[in-house]
Design a protein around this ligand. Structure first.
Ligand code: URA
Length: 213
């Protein structure tokens, strides 16, 4: 098959050369990156969590979204269904997303860890370290305009901070060398236990919306 530059040459268009990211072959590779990464995660045995998982939980949603939500790790329901935030906390997260005029399909959702820690214990720093390249690649490929860190584990690890949630929420941080704005939300599982804190999430969402406007 002729490549696009050859076709341009044949029909007499001169002095025009496609940039690397305009090549259809390159675009296919971009898509390929996702399936390659997903397959790599699916077969990952870097840490011992692979022994107890039912399946990996890669991430889901709109890969071109401006909004990237990042949680902690799959729980029981996520481990069974292979999708992030599908349990009780996930249903509350859906309402949170809906309250800013978005649906799950409009955003991309991923976790710090791709496998469930047994009994939903906190992820260890070794597990987080071994899993981190997968999330870094997802962030790079989604290239969001804002990151929403859902819960303490996500917030502390994305920001390289050990500050409490009380100190991390309520301000706009920036992530990585690209300085992607990052806003921290209380985890919906915490809100289920402490519904009186929901108003803080509402206020943090307004902050995120302001960033996007
Ligand atoms: N909690 C998380 O942080 N992520 C999930 O996917 C589910 C529950």
């Amino acid at each position: 098959m002729l490549d696009t530059n050859k076709i341009l040459q044949l029909i007499g268009v001169q002095g025009y050369k496609l940039r690397a990211n305009e090549h259809p072959e390159q675009l296919e590779n971009t898509k390929g990156d996702w399936s390659e990464l997903e397959s790599e995660v699916k077969h990952c045995t870097k840490c011992s969590l692979h022994k107890s998982r039912t399946q990996t939980v890669f991430g889901c949603g709109n890969k071109d979204s401006d909004w990237l939500f990042i949680g902690e790790a799959p729980g029981k329901d996520e481990d069974l269904q292979g999708e992030p935030f599908v349990g009780r906390a996930g249903r509350l997260l859906n309402e949170i997303i809906f309250s800013i005029g978005l649906n799950r399909e409009d955003i991309y959702i991923a976790n710090i860890l791709k496998c469930r820690p047994p009994n939903n214990r906190d992820p260890s720093s070794k597990e987080i370290h071994l899993c981190s390249s997968y999330l870094e690649q997802q962030i790079r490929m989604v290239s969001p305009k804002i990151i929403i860190a859902v819960g303490r584990i996500a917030a502390q690890n994305l920001l390289g901070s050990d500050l409490t949630m009380g100190k991390l929420r309520g301000t706009v941080h920036s992530y990585g060398s690209e300085n992607i704005p990052l806003v921290v939300l209380y985890h919906p599982a915490y809100l289920l236990r402490s519904p009186s804190q929901k108003y803080k999430v509402w206020s943090d969402l307004q902050l995120a919306r302001t960033v996007m406007e």
